[in-house]
Design a protein. Sequence first.
Length: 274
Amino acid sequence: MTTSPREAAELLARHGLAPRRSLGQNFVVDANTVRRIARLAEVGPGDRVIEIGAGLGALTAALAETGASVTAVEVDRGLVPVLAEQVAGRGVRIVEDDARTLDWSALLGDEGGWVLVANLPYNLATPLVADLLDDVPVIDRMLVMVQREVGERLAARPGSDAYGAVSVKVAYWATATVVGRVPPTVFLPRPKVESVLVAITRRAEPAVGAAVDRTGLFALVRAGFGQRRKMLRRSLAGLVTAADFDAAAIRPDARAEELAVEDWGRLAAVVQGR
């Protein structure tokens, strides 16, 4: 396990590698941090963990130390042999692939109970979390480390400045909570922003009933937040009528950030039931 910036830098240099900005690579190089993440993930013997962006394997090794069965995904071909070297003998399955195009069904099978643990780059975090919630139901829980602003949006509640369309998407499928902060000093290279850890637990059933078409629901949500400063009667003009607002018990002078996922579901049900 790489436990310091110096060790990580030497490891990369020995293999003729360097962090790639194009992949958003910021490697965790602090033993206490990776063990803290593994502890917060609440995994152990019998658990199946999928890690995205395993990098130099520090978090991978910490997860394996818990006794969990770990599958580590890494897109950087140059890093794969380094990762294999770092976690040799720990029973880790290494997959060289891109999480954005990965065949998740083939990799994880159809049995639920998987736990995702990942240090996600800024440009990948939001769409990947949303896609996994939409399309990979066998992942029951996630613990993701992301840029602070991204994490706050994932876990935001109605009425907060961070609350947006992605907050509604997450709330539809799961509960999400920021469970810790991570300083820039534990990364190589050191980012200019603070990171947070977000715990996401999938609901047994979506927050909105199955009778509501979720494609139509999220079309409304995107329209509402697309002009978030406007009242809903303006931002949803042409989609929602005055009668629809009345039937759903939604104030037309409310703004998008005031509506919880259940409110959006009620409004979508009225619109779709016309």
